[in-house]
Design a protein around this ligand. Structure first.
Ligand code: FMN
Length: 333
């Protein structure tokens, strides 16, 4: 049997490993990676890093909170694959500024096949901005993806008429964003990063020309080098992640759900493309809100689809060195 100290050592190894994996793989808006982790021997703390918030495009920090929610869930996924389940206390910066969540009371659990699959999905998941194939998602697969969302943050699959409304709202959001000088400068900053810089979007992941699509994605202001081809993603499905509150706490939770939905979709070979400018612009966010019969709050629009066959995987978006994002607090006796 392990002594308490060696048990403790094992947990601390698992914590460092889980956080390292999460910061390496978690998606974030414009690949800003707006988070910091403090790793104690038996406690994890997640902080928002406002210095990497694109504040003209995301003044309220909703996309920052969504991104932080994703990395929070990624840590849980990486821990579950090592047989640990934490208790999570979400603070959303209410007690200590920018402290969003604390993970404590780690319990040993059996490592399930699902935990393995989600951790594998975490390592291979990526954003693909090319048109999806002509193959629609099988209804049973779509149901599994929507069912993976939670109770408080849900996923609404849009009807064909609602897709047209989303398309109009996305075009309008693009026009509004293009007129905003500060937002344009910010976009230019985050989309002219090199691979070596470790954050932002390098040319290799940006379309070499505007894809043919029913719902326009974010306009990056300049072409990249990702070959887009001539396909049209008319077989794509569109969905809204939504819930009944519109505050920082719920945006964090929405990010956690986004992580679950995206990883589940990855295990089912469904590609996910977030469409976030349509929720950043207040007028178009309101238009999306009217699509939800319950008049709940939309957090993010998603394009779901089956990746075109033989199209390969786009270049991997880089990540910042873990040492820049993780502070390890040593064990003191
Ligand atoms: C909250 C959030 C919003 C995002 N919004 C967009 C978007 O509007 N358009 C887009 O092309 N990608 C969007 N993304 C995808 C990110 O740009 C992408 O996850 C990041 O660059 C890392 O790349 P990866 O997903 O390939 O690892 C978003 C991601 C998150 C988490």
């Amino acid at each position: 049997m392990n002594s308490p100290i060696s048990c403790h050592d094992k947990l601390s190894d698992a914590l460092v490993d889980a956080v390292t994996q999460a910061v390496r793989h978690a998606p974030s808006v414009l690949n800003t990676q707006p988070w910091r982790w403090r790793v104690h021997p038996a406690r994890l703390e997640l902080f928002a890093d406002r210095s990497r918030q694109p504040s003209a495009m995301d003044p309220e920090g909703r996309l920052l909170m969504l991104s932080c929610g994703v990395v929070l869930d990624h840590v849980r996924v990486a821990l579950a694959a090592r047989g640990w389940v934490p208790q999570v206390r979400r603070t959303s910066g209410t007690s200590t500024p920018d402290l969003l969540a604390t993970l404590t009371s780690f319990e040993r659990v059996e490592i399930t096949a699902k935990a393995h699959h989600l951790a594998h999905a975490m390592r291979i998941r990526h954003t693909d901005r090319r048109p999806v194939s002509d193959q629609p998602i099988f209804p049973v697969v779509l149901r599994a993806v929507t069912a993976s969302a939670g109770e408080r943050v849900r996923l609404h699959v849009l009807s064909p008429d609602q897709v047209l409304e989303l398309s109009a709202a996305a075009s309008r959001a693009a026009t509004v964003a293009a007129k905003d000088t500060f937002a344009r400068a910010e976009l230019e900053y985050w989309t002219s990063r090199t691979m070596a810089e470790g954050s932002g979007l390098p040319a290799a992941v940006l379309p070499d020309h505007s894809p043919q699509t029913t719902v326009p994605g974010r306009l990056f202001g300049h072409p990249g080098t990702l070959p887009i081809g001539s396909g049209h993603d008319r077989a794509a499905t569109y969905a809204l992640l939504y819930g009944d509150e519109d505050d920082a706490e719920r945006w964090l939770e929405a990010g956690e759900t986004l992580s679950t939905v995206w990883l589940t979709a990855t295990t089912l070979q469904v590609s996910v493309l977030p469409l976030s400018d349509v929720v950043s612009v207040p007028a178009t966010r309101e238009a999306l809100r009217r699509m939800l019969r319950t008049f709940d709050h939309p957090y993010l629009a998603l394009r779901l689809g089956i990746a075109a066959p033989q199209s390969g995987t786009p270049a991997r978006t880089p990540s910042l060195p873990a040492a820049q994002l993780i502070e390890t607090v040593p064990w003191t006796r």
